[in-house]
Design a protein around this ligand. Sequence first.
Ligand code: KG4
Length: 337
Amino acid sequence: MIILGIESSCDDTSAAVIRDGVLLSNVTASQAVHEAYGGVVPELASRAHQQNIVPVVDQALQKAGVDREQLSAIAFTRGPGLMGSLLVGVSFAKGLAASLGIPMIEVNHLQGHVLAHFVHEEGEEHTPPPFPFLCLLVSGGNSQIILVRAYNDMEIIGKTIDDAAGEAIDKCSKVMGMGYPGGPIIDRLARKGNPKAYQFARPQIADYDYSFSGLKTSFLYNLREWVAEDPDFIEKNKEDLAASLEHTIVDILMKKLRKASKDLKIKHVAVAGGVSANTGLREAFLDHARRYGWTVYIPKFGYTTDNAAMIAMVGCFKYQDKDFCSMDKPAYSRVEI
Ligand code: KG4
């Protein structure tokens, strides 16, 4: 079973090859073009995917030492994501699958993030989470707690009712005049700051749901006041601001996750998505493992952000169930898990 995975949902063009569940290659072309705009520009993203898709797929096959004629199936991200970006990957996957006469496997991008924990290379020590487990999926577009009963049986038990955690971090970083994406910048600054220096609004939301817009607004309004009193406030206090922001967001995320783990009596807890690269969040997971007896699953850095390895991984699961899709499937920009 050799699966080619293709991912193009946002601003990363990625292709990966997995043979019998073992990752042979994972090649990603990121798009620096968006940095100047402080966010992803959909039109530019689609164009860059068109430039990158053929060389990226060629490289992934070459690195894996696999000829395209050896492929068993092509797994592709069908959505959710930016329509123009998705169309490039979906159309390419269809063309290649048709020319090779092999089946196609549609993959939900969010399901890919959750199953990134199953990706491993040859000889790599690796313990995937056993079903059922909880997964905190935190990225620029999502903040969700997912109950994962099986690879194809996932339920979102909590989600943000407004902004995603990554989006809030990126916006706060922007109002501080930092670059894009804000996550890695805030992370770096936070390591040198005092996480208790400032207090920001915390949401009071029922059940396992999240909200980050109040925090973002409180950060903005506080900052405006402080800068009005001292124009150099941000420069003088950027480390403390970043550390306090990160601390508040991590606290909000972990509180609901603790509640879900306690209520559902599930102690296998995973984290996925771009924000799972965050040092403070990773430390909080390790701390919860010590304090609450959780077994935690934290992805390797390479599999936190968008990548095709996780898409090919879902492809492997689905291939074994012969869960193929027809050629008339369009991309979808919005869909739940
Ligand atoms: O999953 P992802 O690559 O794709 C989107 O959903 O767009 O997540 C990107 C998000 C961005 O908001 C970025 O700022 C955030 O993940 N991020 C981080 C870190 N690295 C990336 N947030 C906090 N700390 C980080 N180290």
